[in-house]
Design a binder for this molecule. Structure first.
Ligand SMILES: Cc1cc2nc3c(=O)[nH]c(=O)nc-3n(C[C@H](O)[C@H](O)[C@H](O)COP(=O)(O)OP(=O)(O)OC[C@H]3O[C@@H](n4cnc5c(N)ncnc54)[C@H](O)[C@@H]3O)c2cc1C
Length: 383
């Protein structure tokens, strides 16, 4: 009684869902996964590139390996989606499916902040962006580094703070930290507004490492000629190296197809279903409200959503089965430099209010982080 399942996006969410479905269904179910790239890389490996700790090739997992797992990997750019017909146009031709999952992540729009691209457009939010930062970080001999979060939402909310801690550590090792000032400008009142206590922990750690945090400082423009970041209240911050967290947007193909008519795709968190029949969406491309906040965009939560999506697809196919609702539960690892890692353990939807705790930093959590990466590679790509 086979059927075709089409998964758009071979990121955290798409890979975890494909793996779960392949384990549960026999070969009469054809599972195709489409991505424009021929490799996957973990978000956090971008820091390994930015700090020259790993070669780019060491951070890439080849998606062609999925074919040996009983999946069909199709490398193509998705050009349009017809959710009504569950049909997709790609750069290599059309694809149709009985069951469709959209897991296309979030795009970045560095051009949306005036002057940012002219200032170099430096960021660590893509593989290429992180690679380009390494020579700049490596050659920097002293001066002012600014890290600015332009707006929310953005992927991996702790990432800009991780970047700052690792810059601090890098220049300490070089013996020039006293010549380097590191400031972070953020649009909101605290590092992670969803948790006052974790925000307070992060602020304390930033202070202990002489990293200055400027809350409620939304950078609206980069005056690249004067080398100054311009804040909404018109205060100016001079810089020698400017690193931005670009504005994030749903992929254009999602905005254009009706699925993301309000921007990010809205789904039912109990099932991750969209308003179209047999069409699901998950991961960074969806927005699930958490009280007054938007649900987090991070791989750990995309992985949690995969349990719900795969469960609901299986229930739809079989006409029975239990599905555990998405709780936005998971642990994000947080780099502190000095070889140490902390864990932010979170459950956003499982209780009346989001529950977040910061554990560590310690050397033990580094081992946990390494095991997290190793086990996912084994599960998704191992034979
Ligand atoms: C610096 C940094 C550090 C991070 N650290 C962590 C961390 O420690 N822990 C954590 O949990 N998360 C972390 N993240 C966040 C994490 O990487 C993302 O949240 C996660 O990958 C989202 O998974 P996803 O499946 O929704 O989307 P993605 O993993 O982004 O996958 C989407 C896929 O869709 C493909 N795609 C998009 N548009 C098209 C198209 N038109 N045609 C074809 N293919 C397309 C893309 O190529 C991509 O492979 C970090 C991110 C960054 C940038």
């Amino acid at each position: 009684m086979g059927a075709s399942i089409l998964i758009l996006g071979a990121g955290f969410g798409g890979l975890e869902t494909a793996t779960r479905l392949r384990e549960a269904l026999d070969e009469s179910f054809e599972i195709t996964i489409v991505d424009q790239r021929d490799f996957f890389n973990f978000g956090f490996t971008k820091f390994d590139l930015m700090f020259g700790r790993r070669e780019p090739e060491e951070c890439k997992e080849r998606l062609s390996a999925l074919d040996d797992k009983g999946l069909r990997f199709h490398q193509a750019v998705i050009e349009s989606i017809d959710p009504e017909a569950r049909q997709v146009e790609t750069s290599t031709g059309p694809l149709t499916a009985d069951y469709l999952l959209v897991a296309l992540g979030a795009d970045i729009a560095p051009e949306a902040t005036p002057g940012f691209l002219e200032a170099g457009g430096h960021h660590f939010y893509t593989f290429a962006g992180a690679e380009w930062l390494w020579p700049l970080v490596n050659d920097f001999e002293g001066g002012q580094i600014l890290i600015a979060i332009f707006d929310k939402p953005y992927k991996c909310p702790p990432a800009p703070y991780e970047a700052a801690f690792q810059l601090d550590d890098f220049y300490r090792d070089r013996g020039i930290r006293q010549d380097v000032a590191i400031d972070i400008l953020i649009p909101g009142p605290m590092p992670l507004p969803v948790s006052k206590s974790v925000s307070a922990d992060i602020e304390e750690l930033l202070t202990s490492r002489q990293i200055a945090l400027h809350t409620n400082h939304k950078v609206v423009e980069v005056d690249y000629r004067a080398k100054q970041a311009v804040v909404a209240n018109q205060t100016r911050f001079p810089y020698d190296l400017f690193i931005g967290v670009p504005i994030h947007r749903p992929p254009a193909v999602v905005l254009e197809c009706g699925l993301g008519e309000q921007g990010w795709i809205r789904v039912d968190p109990a099932t991750m279903r969209t308003r179209y029949e047999r069409v699901w969406a998950m991961g960074d491309v969806v927005q699930i409200p958490v009280g007054n906040f938007a649900g987090p965009k991070a791989g750990a939560f995309a992985e949690d959503a995969a349990a719900t999506v795969a469960g609901d697809i299986l229930r739809t196919i079989r006409g029975q089965g239990e599905v555990s609702p998405y709780q936005a539960q998971g642990a994000c690892y947080f780099e502190f430099g000095e070889g140490k890692v902390a864990e932010i353990a979170a459950n956003f939807l499982g209780g009346p209010t989001p529950d977040l705790t910061l554990n560590g930093p310690s050397l033990e959590y580094r081992a946990d982080k390494e095991e997290f990466e190793r086990s996912r590679i084994e599960k998704w790509f191992g034979t």
